[in-house]
Design a protein around this ligand. Sequence first.
Ligand SMILES: *Cc1c(COP(=O)(O)O)cnc(C)c1O
Length: 450
Amino acid sequence: MRDLLRDAAERGIRYRESLDWRRAFPSAEAIVALDTLDVLLPEEPTEPDRVLALLDEVGSPATAAQSGGRYFGFVTGSSLPITLAANWLAGAWDQNAALVVMSPIAARLEVIAQRWLLDALGLPDGCGVGFVTGATMANFSALAAARHALLEQQGWDVEAQGLFGAPPITVIVGDEVHSSLIKALGLVGFGRQRVVTVPADGQGRMRANALPVISGPTIVCLQAGNVNTGSFDPFTEIIRKAHEAGAWVHVDGAFGLWAAVAPERAPLTAGVAEADSWATDAHKWLNAPYDSGLVFVRRPEALQGAMAQNAAYLLTGAGREPMYLTPEMSRRARGIEIWAALSTLGRSGLADMIERACQQANRFAEGLRDAGYAILNDVVLNQVLVSFGEAEATQRVMAALQADGTCFCGGTVWQGKTAMRISVSSYATTDEDVERSLAAMIRVAREVGA
Ligand SMILES: *Cc1c(COP(=O)(O)O)cnc(C)c1O
C-alpha cells in the first residue's frame, strides 16, 4: 500500500508541476489515445501499480489543465494546494459525512466552516448551511426549502402530500437566469416553463421597475454574478418589494457571492444578505476541489423540513446533523477542504484572491480593447466577453486559440452577439499568465484574419 500511495502522490505532484508548460486543452492525439483504455471488463485482477501507471500515462495528457493558471473556460477554479492536500488526507480517512456519529471530525469541520463562511460572505448568523455538490444542487435545495416554507404557510405539507392539488406557487426569474436554476425548478416540480420572466438590461440585470405585482405564494429568483457578464441584480430594491408582498427571495450566487469578501467589489452585493436563501460554489472561486457547493437558508427549519429523513437505525444527536441539510445521505466530507482553504487564506488572503482575479479580468479587457477588439460587457467582476467581429470570425479565433493550447476560453451568445468568454477564477493565474494568454489571443486573432 505504501508504495502505491507514494507513487500516486508523486504522480500528482509531477502533474501539478507540469502545468506551466502543459497545454490548456489536450491535443487531438491525447484524446485519440483514450481508446487504449476502452477494453472489455478484465476477467482477471491487475496489479494496482500498473493500473495507476496506465491512468497517469494515458489519463494525464487527456486532461484539460483546469488546475493551471491559463484555463479561462466556463467558470472554473483550480484547487488551492492546501485543499488538494486536505483532500488527499481526507481521502485516506474516507469519512461518510452524513451524521455526526459517522464522522465527528467531518461534522465538526462543517460547523466551523459554516460559521466562517457566513462571516466572510456577510450572511445572517443563524442560516442553515448544506454542503452539496455544486450550485445546481444548492439551487435545488434552496427551492425545496422555499417550497416547504411557502406551502406550510398555506397549511399544505408538501413533503407528505407532494405538489398534486397543492396551492400554486408563482416563480419569478430574470431574463438572464442561469440554466441550472431552470433545471432545478423542473426537479422540484415547479416546471421549467411555468415561470414569470422579468426583462433584463444589457448587462443581464433584472429590471427592478419591471418586477410584476406579486400576490400569493411566490419565489423571486435573483442572481449574484451573471455567468456571462458577471453582473448583479439590484438586490435592495427588488428584495424590499418582494418581501413587502410576502415572497421568498432566492439568490443564485455560484461565483458572484464571493464578491462580498473583497472590499472593492463588495458594493456589487449590496442588499444581498436580505434574501431568504443563497446558492454558491466552493469549487469555483474558493478554489476547492470538485465537487463542492453550498446552500444557505435564513431559516434552517425550512431546509430541514425539506430534507428530513427518519429511520430507527439513524443515530442522531441534539446538534446539527449534516444529512438533514442536504439531499444526499452518504456523501464525502466537503467541509474539510473548505475549512482548509479558509484556514490558509484568512480573510485577507480570500479578499486578495478575489480582487486579483477581477483586476486580471480588467487587464484582459484593456489589452483586447487596445488591440482593436470589442468588449461586450462592463467588466465589473471576473468575466470578460470579447467579440472579434462577425460571429464567424469570433468562432474562428476561439477554435484557433483552443488548438494553440496556450490558454483555454469558451464561447457564448450574449444577447444575440457571439462572444468569446474569459473567466478568471483560478488562484493559480499569475499576471504573467494573463500577458502570455493575451498575447496568444491577439496573435491567433491576427493569424485567422479577425
Ligand atoms: C456554475 C453556475 C451554476 C451551476 O453550478 P454547478 O456547480 O456547475 O452546479 C449556477 N449558477 C451560476 C450563476 C453559475 O455560474
